[in-house]
Design a protein around this ligand. Structure first.
Ligand code: PLP
Length: 393
């Protein structure tokens, strides 16, 4: 039996259509887009066609798209670039306590450079309160950075409302839409977004390529210095094949979004109902409705997420205890802690994120495997036997 892959929030397989679109640019169409001859012009044409597709995907104009090496670079450029270019206007940045480390650690680094950062709290579902945002705004606030949807618990933020507040106060607004892209319809004008981060490998494109949308007129410094590529926003010879892959991936996402969303929601709800109905002391994390269609995130009391993952791996099921970057560390997830989940519970988390390749059969298999695995791990836990006795009284 093959692996049941339930870690699509970490990465997705490259779609065959994406691979097919990329291959010529790794082989016969190898020109450097900066050249003047035919081969180079072909590469340049492909680059600009991909830029147009990415722009359409988020309701932007092509010249507002800068290609990067992925979500991490886009987030770094948005925060560092805006902070440094707007220092004359102010020193204060607002973000949240549940951002991906690409934003969070950049904000921490900016604090060391002398910027002042407010980390907004979230409620028990992982939602930012717009009232808290309004209260945090100061005369010297230059940037708000709030993710579209959370990579761990899948909660979707009220991005349109946040964008309106940013507009009213004339503050630049960045959103990390890496997890939302391909699942939620994005529109930078509807949502009042000035900068938006994307990553190809979360939506069936290749790893190591992404984009940053920069609204025309936004003051931003570059991270890298070098040649004149990407109109000097992002020097370095372009990853032509990767960028073509990103273009194809967003094209595919536009075509499939509705059908994909409905399918994933159905499978996700089947999984959630089965787990909550079939396992004691299990709870769902994140918002019950405002959540990504493929995200199911649980806590199982009295067990360690890491042991659960290893046991599932032996059964051929690939899941995660949180984000890929935090698994392997013994610290519980900052997202779960920010949602008010106590340390000891946060250790027992399991994130299962569904994708195009998953079927009802996969979910049935998970629902057959998970309860006995959880039971076996709990039987080894002294905490569980104590508690089970208490709850039997
Ligand atoms: N932002 C979010 C919300 C993510 O989930 C990820 C990937 O895990 C990133 C940023 C980083 O993207 P990349 O892996 O392309 O650097």
């Amino acid at each position: 039996m093959g692996t049941i892959y339930l870690d699509h929030a970490a990465t997705t397989p490259v779609h065959p259509r994406v691979l097919k679109a990329m291959l010529p640019y790794l082989q016969e169409q190898y020109g450097n887009p900066s050249g003047v001859y035919h081969l180079a012009r072909e590469a340049k044409k492909a680059l600009e066609a991909a830029r147009e597709r990415v722009a359409q995907f988020i309701g932007a104009q092509a010249q507002e798209i800068v290609f990067t090496s992925g979500g991490t670079e886009s987030d770094n450029m948005a925060l560092q670039g805006v902070a440094r270019a707007n220092r004359g206007r102010g020193n204060h940045i607002i973000t949240t306590s549940i951002e991906h480390h690409a934003v969070l650690d950049t904000a921490l680094a900016l604090e060391k450079e002398g910027f002042s950062v407010t980390y907004l709290p979230v409620d028990e579902y992982g939602l930012v309160r717009v009232a808290d945002l309004k209260k945090a705004i100061r005369d010297d606030t230059i940037l708000i950075s709030i993710m579209y949807a959370n990579n761990e618990v899948g909660t979707i933020q009220p991005i349109g409302d946040i964008g309106r507040v940013a507009r009213e106060h004339n503050i630049i607004f960045h959103t990390d839409a890496v997890q939302a892209a391909g699942y939620l319809p994005l529109d930078v004008n509807r949502d009042g977004v000035d900068l938006l981060s994307l990553s190809a490998h979360k939506l069936y494109g290749p790893k190591g390529v992404g984009a940053l949308y920069i609204r025309k007129g936004t003051r931003i410094d570059t991270l890298l210095k070098g040649g004149g590529q990407e109109r000097k926003w992002r020097p370095g010879t372009e990853n032509v094949a990767g960028i073509v892959g990103l273009g194809e991936a967003v094209g595919l996402a536009r075509e499939k979004m509705q059908e994909r969303g409905a399918r994933l929601r159905h499978l996700r709800d089947m999984l959630i109902a089965g787990v909550l109905g079939g396992i004691d002391f299990a709870r769902l994390n994140g918002h019950p409705e405002k959540r990504l269609p493929g995200n199911a995130h649980f806590i199982f009391e009295f067990i360690e997420g890491e042991s659960l993952l290893l046991s599932l791996d032996l059964e051929g099921i690939a899941g995660s205890s949180g984000s890929a970057c935090t698994s392997g560390s013994l610290e519980p997830s900052h997202v779960l802690l920010a949602m008010g989940i106590p340390h000891e519970l946060a250790h027992g988390s399991l994130r299962l994120t569904l994708g195009d390749g998953n079927t009802e059969e996969d979910i049935k298999r998970v629902l057959a495997v998970l309860p006995p695995v959880v039971k076996r791990l709990r039987d080894m836990s002294p905490l569980y036997s104590q508690n089970a006795e208490v709850s039997n009284c």
